[in-house]
Design a protein around this ligand. Structure first.
Ligand SMILES: [Zn+2]
Length: 334
C-alpha cells in the first residue's frame, strides 16, 4: 500500500529531546513545567534546532509529511525557537511540510512582554498564533487577545490549548465556539485537547459539541495526554460533524519522556482508549491521520514533496493494528 504521508497536527518540536544531562523525573506538573522553563532559558538557537531536527527525523522515518508545530514565544525563549524552526522549515521542505504556530505557553499575566514578542514573531513569518486558555486568570480575555493578534496578522491558523487541565471549572470551549462563530474563523480555528469536555455533565457536553460543530472549528486530540487526564469526547464530536485531527504532542521532554513520532502509534492509542474497534471506526482514524488541511498554501506545498511511503500489509486496518514503519520511500513521478 502506498500513502502520501501522515498528518501530525500538534507537536512541540522546539522543546523535545532533552539534553543528555536532563533526565526525566516524575513530579507534579507545575514542577516539571518549572524545569522546562529553566531549560528554555538556557537553550541556544543551535541546540533547539538540533533537538527539533531529531523529532523531524523520527516523524519522517515513520512516514509523516505534514507537521504543525507550536513554538514557544515568550521572554524565556525569546525568538530563538522560532528562528531555529524557520530554518528547519526551509531545510526540510522537500520532505515534510512544517507549519509553525507562535505559541503563548506561559500566559500574559506572568509575562506581559509576550504580546510584543508575538508581534515580532508575526513579522518573522509564522503560519499561526496559539494561546492557552488555562494559563491566565481570565481565560476569555486571553482568547480575545490572541484572536485579535491573529486576525490582524491574517495568519492561516489560530489554535488554543483548550481546557487542558480537564477540570470542570476550567471550561472555555463554549466561549471559544461562540467567538469563533461570531468572528467567522471556523476553518482557521483549532481547539487542542478539550479535556474538560470529557468531564462535564452529558447535557452540557452535548450543547457544547453542537456549538463547536456550528462554529466550523476543528478539534485536535493528542492521545498521549491520557497519561495524566481524560481524552475529549472524540466519537461524539465526530458524529456531530466536527473535523478531528490527531497530534503526537511532546516528544521526549518533561511532559512525555517517550514518543516515537509514529502517527499510527498515536492513532492506535486513541483506538484503545476510546474503543475505535469496529471496521468503520478504524477507518475513521486512518482517514483523520491522512486528511491534509484544505488550505491552498499547504496543499501546494504538499504537492512539492518528493516521495510517497510504501507499506507491506494485506489489509488497510493492519496499519492501525501494527503501527508499522513504511518499508520504503518511493520517489514521486512528477
Ligand atoms: Zn501542546
Amino acid at each position: 500500500m502506498q500513502i502520501s504521508g501522515w498528518m501530525n497536527y500538534h507537536t512541540h518540536i522546539d522543546k523535545g529531546f532533552l539534553p543528555e544531562n536532563q533526565k526525566y523525573k516524575d513530579a507534579e506538573a507545575p514542577v516539571r513545567a518549572a524545569w522546562t522553563r529553566d531549560i528554555k532559558m538556557m537553550r541556544s538557537k543551535a541546540e533547539i534546532k538540533q533537538a527539533a531536527a531529531q523529532s523531524l527525523e523520527k516523524m519522517y522515518q515513520y512516514g509523516t509529511s505534514y507537521v504543525r508545530t507550536n513554538v514557544d514565544v515568550d521572554p524565556l525563549f525569546e525568538l530563538r525557537g522560532l528562528e531555529a524552526l524557520l530554518e528547519l522549515k526551509e531545510e526540510w521542505k522537500e520532505k515534510i511540510v512544517i507549519d509553525i504556530v507562535a505559541f503563548n505557553q506561559e500566559g500574559f499575566d506572568r509575562f506581559p512582554e509576550t504580546e510584543v514578542l508575538l508581534k515580532e514573531a508575526i513579522k518573522l513569518g509564522v503560519d499561526g498564533i496559539g494561546g492557552h486558555t488555562s494559563m491566565d486568570e481570565d481565560g476569555e480575555a486571553h482568547i480575545d487577545k490572541i484572536m485579535d493578534l491573529a486576525e490582524k496578522a491574517s495568519v492561516d491558523w489560530i489554535e488554543f490549548h483548550t481546557d487542558e487541565t480537564g477540570r470542570i471549572d476550567d471550561f472555555h470551549l463554549p466561549y471559544l465556539a461562540k467567538v469563533t462563530k461570531e468572528r467567522e474563523l471556523g476553518e482557521k480555528m483549532t481547539a487542542i485537547h478539550c479535556c474538560s469536555l470529557a468531564n462535564v455533565k452529558d447535557d452540557l457536553a452535548s450543547k457544547t459539541i453542537e456549538a463547536v460543530a456550528q462554529s466550523g472549528m476543528s478539534v485536535t486530540t493528542c492521545p498521549t495526554a491520557i497519561a495524566t487526564r481524560s481524552l475529549t469526547r472524540i466519537k461524539e464530536l465526530s458524529s456531530a460533524g466536527v473535523p478531528i485531527q490527531v497530534g503526537s504532542d511532546n516528544l521526549r521532554d518533561f511532559f512525555n519522556p517517550l514518543g516515537s513520532g509514529n502517527m499510527l502509534q498515536y492513532g492506535q492509542l486513541l483506538a484503545y482508549v476510546q474503543r475505535f474497534y469496529e471496521p468503520a471506526e478504524v477507518e475513521n482514524i486512518l482517514e483523520w491521520l491522512q486528511k491534509a488541511p484544505s488550505n491552498s498554501r499547504v496543499q501546494s506545498e504538499l504537492k512539492k514533496l518528493k516521495h510517497t511511503f510504501l507499506y507491506k500489509i494485506d489489509a488497510e486496518r493492519e496499519l492501525l493494528a501494527e503501527a508499522p514503519a513504511p518499508i520504503k520511500k518511493a520517489a514521486v513521478t512528477l
